[in-house]
Design a protein around this ligand. Structure first.
Ligand code: FES
Length: 162
């Protein structure tokens, strides 16, 4: 009889232990429900850009790493008159932006095609780049990109329609 009682207690203890472990196993499921909480972390991966528009006003927006500055202007619906006329096909130079020297060095190499198009940009400086050719990375966080006072669209000049 003592053996039966001992076995019964052993089974009950095992069941309690199993039940306790089973409830512990549900924790990861509960933690999964918090996975929505990672969304803000993803948005934290965005890069902050400060545009200075043609009127000298500062406009702060965010863009995803990999997006070009032209993508950011379009996605944020920024109203920079004439900006990005060729939609990033390196045929206009209307996406001309000016950076400070420190940021300019971080922008990466410039291609011959971009250089050729930049030569036609209005108000060219030593730290000018084309916004459609600059892709965001976290190292560009907080960049300041100045939109020149005026814009020159080489395609209109070629047509003689400017
Ligand atoms: S949008 Fe035309 S060259 Fe960049």
């Amino acid at each position: 009889m003592a053996l039966v009682t001992t076995l019964r207690r052993l089974v009950q203890n095992s069941l309690r232990e199993y039940s306790r472990k089973a409830s512990a196993v549900t924790w990861p499921t509960k933690q999964r429900s918090f996975s929505i909480g990672t969304q803000p972390l993803r948005s934290d991966n965005k890069v902050t850009i400060n545009f200075i528009n043609r009127d000298g006003e500062k406009i702060t927006v965010k863009g995803l790493p990999g997006d070009s500055l032209l993508d950011v202007v379009i996605n944020e619906d920024l109203d920079f008159d004439g900006f990005g006329a060729c939609e990033g096909t390196l045929a206009c130079s209307t996406c001309h932006l000016i950076f400070d020297e420190e940021m300019y060095k971080k922008l990466g190499p410039i291609t011959d095609e971009e250089m050729d198009m930049l030569d036609l940009a209005y108000g060219l400086t030593d730290t000018s780049r084309l916004g459609c050719q600059i892709c965001l990375t976290k190292s560009l966080e907080g960049m300041v990109a100045r939109v020149p006072e005026s814009v020159a669209d080489i395609r209109q000049t070629k047509d003689g329609s400017s």
